[in-house]
Design a protein around this ligand. Structure first.
Ligand code: SF4
Length: 803
C-alpha cells in the first residue's frame, strides 16, 4: 500500500527545480506496507536445513540453476570470486567446495540474476512511479544494462552513450568554482584497484572529499584503535580463534551479518571456549547453530554457541566494560599479582595508574544503572575474563554507532590490556567489518583525511601536488550538499540515500545538487532521489567476467583480518554495455583532467597489473603485489600490534580514561536501535522475512519489551507512530515515522529496535558519535503514539513534504 500521492505530471521546468527538494522529501522513504506482516515466535536455532532450502530458493529465483551453480562453484575458492557480502575471511589453507553461507548465496543470486533492467524498463516507469515502489521491489528489477541519464525537468531516465555521459560529468566538474564543490563517495564493494585509481583521480582533480561507508560503520573502531594500539585495524587472524579460550561478541549479530563466523564460533564452543554475547538482543545465531555442511548434525538441536548473554541497555556497553575492569582491579587488590598481567602492563603499556584511579572513582551504582546489568552478572563475566589465558574481543556496529563509541572501544582495549590479551597468538581485537572490501578501500586511500606521508608519495610518484585540506566525511558531505556548498555528488557504488541517516534531510541535500551520479549494478532508491540531473553508470559486478584489452582481469580485496586476495569473475556480463569500475574511473579521469594529468589512465584500465604495480609503490605492505596476490590465498598486510609493537604516541599500548555520561530519558521515552533483518545485507533487501526473529512478509516493525507494551497499553500488532527527540542548539528537534507494527520481543526495558533503512528518517543528522562523527543509529531517543487511521498518516506526510 503506497502512502504518498503521485507527483504532478504537469509541472514546468521552474516548478520542477523549485519543487525538487520537497519532492525528494515526499519520495525519500519507502512506502508504508504493513498489512501482510505476520509475527511468530523467534527461531531457536540458526542455519540448518532451512538455511539450505532458502539458499536453493534464492538461487532458483534469481540466476536460475545453471548460472547459479556456475557462480557458486567459484565462490570463495582460491582464485575464484570473493563473496561480495561481508568481509569475514576465508580459511588460509584448506577450503571446502561450499565455502559460503546462506547470505553469501543471496548476495551472489542478486548479482548473477537473470533479470535485466533495460532502457525499455525506464521508458515504462517514470522516476515518480519508481519512487513509490519499495526498496525490495526496486532491487528486484534486475541488472542495469545501459548508461542512463535523467535530464532536468524530465521524469524518465533515458539512454545516453558512455562518451556523452563522461562529457556531461566532466563539464559539470570543470565548471565548479572549486574542486571542493564535488563529493566522491565509495561503497565497500569497490575493489582495491578501482579504489586506488578513484582516489588518485579525485586528488588530481583537487579535493579530499572522499567519504565512504566506513564513516558510517567502523570509523569509531579505526580512530579508537589507532590511538591506543597504533593501528586502526583488528589484530587477530582466523586461526587465532582456534586458540582462544574466551571470545567476547559485542554489539554484533553474526548469524545474520557474518554468518560463516558461526562456524568458527561453533568449533571454538565445541572445544570448550567460553563465548559471551554482549548485546541488547539475545540473537538466535549465538544461541544455537546447525552448520549446514555438517550433515550428521543437520537434524539435531544444534550446537550451543554463547554460554552467557549480557543484555546491556542500548548505550550501556561503556558502563558494562568499566564494570568488568572495576571488578578485576578490585580482585587484584584482594589478591595482588595474581589477577592482572603485571609484566605485560609494565613492559608494554602506558597510562595504567591514571586508568586504575579513574576506574576506582567510578561508582558501582552508576555502572549498574547505566549498563542495566546486575552486579552479580558483571561479577560472573569478570570471573570468566580473569580465568582467560587467551581472549578475543569482536564487535560490530552495535558498538560503533553509539555516541560514546570511541570511548567504549578503548575501554574494551583497557580490559584486554589488563590480561595482556594482545600482540600474541590466540588473543586480540577483532572489529568485524561489514561490506566485503570496506577495509581495503581505506587501505587504498579512500579517506577524507589521509596522512601527509601518503599524500607525499602520490606527489612524488605522480608529479602533482595533492590537496592537503581534509575533505568531508559522510555526515559533513550531507550537510555541505544541504547548504548548497557541494554541487556534484558522485557515488562509486552503494545506495547513499538508504545507507545514511536523516532520510528526509539527506534527500533534500541530494536534490539540491546540480548533478548526482551512481556507478551501480542494480536499481535502488538513490536513483530516484536525484540532483537536478542524474546519471546511472552500470558496471560489472564481482561475479562478471572482466575482459580488457590485455585479456581477462582479476581484482583484489582485503578482508576483516587484513588478507589481500584476488577475485576473478566467471559469468557472462548481463550486457555488452557494461564497463568495469577501473575503466569507468579511467575514462572519467581522461574526460575531466585531460592534459592536466600525465598519467596514461587508459593503459592502466587495460591491464590491472599496471594498477597493482602503482599500488605496490604507494601502499606500505603491498610491495610486489602482483606476485604475492597470485599466491594461494593472497597475503597478509603487516600489522604492528599483532606483532606486539605499538606505534602510538607513547610507543606503548595505551590505557585511556573516559567518563560515563548520564543517559536521561524523559517519561515515556525509549532508546531505539536500528537493525538488519535476516533477508537483508546493508541496504540490499533480499526478501521480506526475518525468520530468526519470527517476522514475516514485511519490515515496518518495532520490537518492544512485553512489559513496556503492557505498561503503555499497546497490544501486539498495534500500529505505532515513532517520534525521535534530539536537542541541537538549545532546541528540540522532532522527526516522525508513522505506522510501525508493535512486536513484543525480548529486549531490555526502555529499549526498542527497528529495521533500517525504514527508521533512518528518525536518526538526526546532528546525532553522531563523539570524535568519529558516525551517525548514532544505535541510540536514538524516541517516543510513541498509537497511529491514527492511514489517511491521517498520508496527510501528515504530505504536509511535512510541503513544508
Ligand atoms: S560469511 Fe560473509 S563473506 Fe562469507 S559467504 Fe557469508 S556473506 Fe559471504
Amino acid at each position: 500500500m503506497g502512502a504518498t500521492k503521485p507527483r504532478s505530471e504537469t509541472h514546468t521546468v521552474e516548478d520542477t527545480l523549485d519543487c525538487k527538494a520537497a519532492d525528494a522529501v515526499r519520495h525519500a522513504q519507502p512506502p508504508i506496507e504493513t498489512d501482510a506482516i505476520q509475527i511468530t515466535q523467534p527461531a531457536h536455532v540458526a542455519a540448518g536445513v532451512k538455511s539450505v532450502l532458502k539458499a536453493v530458493e534464492f538461487t532458483l529465483k534469481e540466476p536460475g540453476l545453471f548460472r547459479g551453480i556456475s557462480a557458486l562453484s567459484h565462490l570463495n575458492h582460491f582464485d575464484g570470486v570473493d563473496c561480495p557480502g561481508c568481509a569475514w575471511p576465508d580459511p588460509d589453507h584448506d577450503r571446502s567446495l561450499n565455502e559460503y553461507c546462506e547470505n553469501g548465496v543471496k548476495a551472489i543470486a542478486e548479482e548473477a540474476t537473470a533479470k535485466r533492467c533495460t532502457p525499455d524498463f525506464f521508458r515504462k516507469w517514470s522516476v515518480s512511479e519508481l519512487s513509490r515502489r519499495s526498496d525490495y521491489w526496486l532491487g528486484h528489477q534486475g541488472r542495469l544494462t545501459h548508461p542512463m541519464v535523467l535530464r532536468s525537468a524530465s521524469d524518465h531516465y533515458e539512454p545516453i552513450s558512455w562518451l556523452d555521459a563522461f562529457t556531461l560529468i566532466a563539464n559539470e566538474l570543470n565548471s565548479l568554482s572549486n574542486a571542493d564543490q564535488a563529493i566522491f563517495y565509495t561503497s565497500g564493494r569497490t575493489s582495491n584497484e578501482a579504489a586506488f585509481l578513484y582516489q588518485l583521480f579525485v586528488r588530481q582533480f583537487g579535493t579530499n572529499n572522499l567519504p565512504d561507508c566506513s564513516n558510517m560503520c567502523h570509523e569509531s573502531s579505526g580512530l579508537a584503535l589507532k590511538e591506543v594500539i597504533g593501528i586502526g585495524k583488528g589484530t587477530v587472524k582466523l586461526d587465532d580463534f582456534d586458540l582462544a579460550d574466551t571470545i567476547l561478541i559485542i554489539g554484533q549479530n553474526p548469524g545474520t551479518n557474518h554468518p560463516r563466523m558461526l562456524a568458527t564460533l561453533q568449533q571454538a564452543a565445541r572445544r570448550g571456549a567460553t563465548i559471551v554475547s554482549v548485546n541488547p538482543l539475545a540473537e538466535v545465531g549465538l544461541t544455537r547453530f546447525k552448520h549446514p555442511k555438517d550433515v550428521l548434525h543437520l537434524f539435531g538441536s544444534g550446537t550451543k554457541i554463547a554460554k552467557y548473554f549480557v543484555q546491556v541497555r542500548l548505550s550501556g556497553d561503556l558502563a558494562f566494560f568499566k564494570g568488568l575492569c572495576k571488578e578485576i582491579l578490585e580482585e587484584e587488590a584482594r589478591r595482588p599479582g595474581q589477577v592482572i598481567n603485571r609484566g605485560f602492563i609494565e613492559q608494554k603499556t602506558s597510562g595504567f595508574e591514571d586508568f586504575q584511579a579513574a576506574i576506582a572513582a567510578t561508582s558501582w551504582s552508576e555502572i549498574v544503572e547505566q549498563s542495566g546489568i546486575s552486579r552479580a552478572q558483571i561479577r560472573e563475566i569478570a570471573a570468566v575474563v580473569m580465568r582467560s589465558k587467551n581472549m578475543i574481543a569482536c564487535w560490530a556496529m552495535g558498538l560503533t554507532q553509539q555516541r560514546q563509541a570511541v570511548a567504549t572501544i578503548q575501554e574494551i582495549v583497557n580490559l584486554m590490556l589488563l590480561g595482556g590479551h594482545i600482540g600474541r597468538r590466540g588473543a586480540g581485537v577483532c572489529p568485524v567489518r561489514g561490506h566485503s572490501n570496506v577495509q581495503g578501500d581505506r587501505t587504498m586511500g579512500i579517506w577524507e583525511r589521509m596522512p601527509d606521508s601518503f599524500l607525499d608519495k602520490l606527489r612524488d610518484l605522480f608529479e602533482f601536488e595533492p590537496p592537503r585540506r581534509h575533505g568531508w566525511d559522510v555526515v559533513d558531505s550531507i550537510k555541505a550538499m544541504h547548504r548548497g556548498d557541494a554541487k556534484v555528488f558522485f557515488a562509486m557504488g552503494g545506495n547513499f540515500l538508504s545507507a545514511t541517516p536523516d532520510t528526509e534531510f539527506t534527500a533534500q541535500a541530494l536534490a539540491r545538487c546540480d548533478l548526482t551520479v551512481y556507478v551501480s549494478t542494480k536499481l535502488n532508491r538513490a536513483h530516484v532521489i536525484t540532483g537536478k540531473r542524474a546519471l546511472i553508470l552500470p558496471c560489472l559486478a564481482r561475479t562478471d567476467r572482466d575482459a580488457q584489452a590485455s585479456g581477462l582481469q582479476f581484482v583484489t580485496t582485503e578482508n576483516s583480518m587484513s588478507v589481500v586476495q584476488s577475485s576473478r569473475g566467471n559469468l557472462d556480463p548481463p550486457s555488452d554495455q557494461l564497463l568495469s569500475e577501473p575503466a569507468i574511473v579511467a575514462r572519467l579521469a581522461v574526460a575531466t583532467l585531460g592534459s592536466r594529468s600525465r598519467l596514461n589512465w587508459m593503459q592502466l584500465a587495460e591491464d590491472y597489473d599496471r594498477i597493482r604495480d602503482l599500488i605496490s609503490q604507494v601502499i606500505p605492505g603491498c610491495e610486489d603485489m602482483n606476485l604475492r596476490v597470485r599466491k594461494k590465498g593472497g597475503f597478509y598486510l603487516p600489522n604492528s600490534a599483532r606483532d606486539d609493537e605499538y606505534r602510538t604516541k607513547t610507543g606503548k599500548a595505551r590505557f585511556v580514561v573516559s567518563e560515563l555520561e548520564p543517559c536521561n530519558l524523559g517519561p515515556d521515552q525509549f532508546r531505539m536501535t536500528t537493525l538488519r533483518s535476516h533477508d537483508q545485507y546493508n541496504t540490499t533487501i533480499y526478501g521480506l522475512d526475518d525468520r530468526y526473529r519470527g517476522i514475516f512478509h514485511g519490515r515496518r516493525v518495532v520490537l518492544i519489551n512485553p512489559k513496556d507494551m503492557d505498561e503503555h497499553g499497546w497490544k501486539p500488532g498495534d500500529r505505532l507512530d515513532i517520534t525521535s527527540h534530539f536537542r541541537a542548539n538549545g532546541k528540540e528537534e522532532l522527526r516522525t515515522a508513522p505506522r510501525f507494527v508493535a512486536v513484543p520481543y525480548e529486549i531490555p526495558r526502555g529499549c526498542v529496535a527497528t529495521y533500517f533503512p525504514e527508521a533512518n528518517v528518525l536518526v538526526p543528522i546532528g546525532s553522531v558519535a563523539l570524535r568519529s562523527n558516525t551517525p548514532t543509529s544505535k541510540a536514538i531517543v524516541v517516543s510513541f503514539v498509537l497511529s491514527e487511521c492511514l489517511d491521517d498518516v498520508m496527510e501528515d506526510q504530505e504536509v511535512r513534504a510541503a513544508r
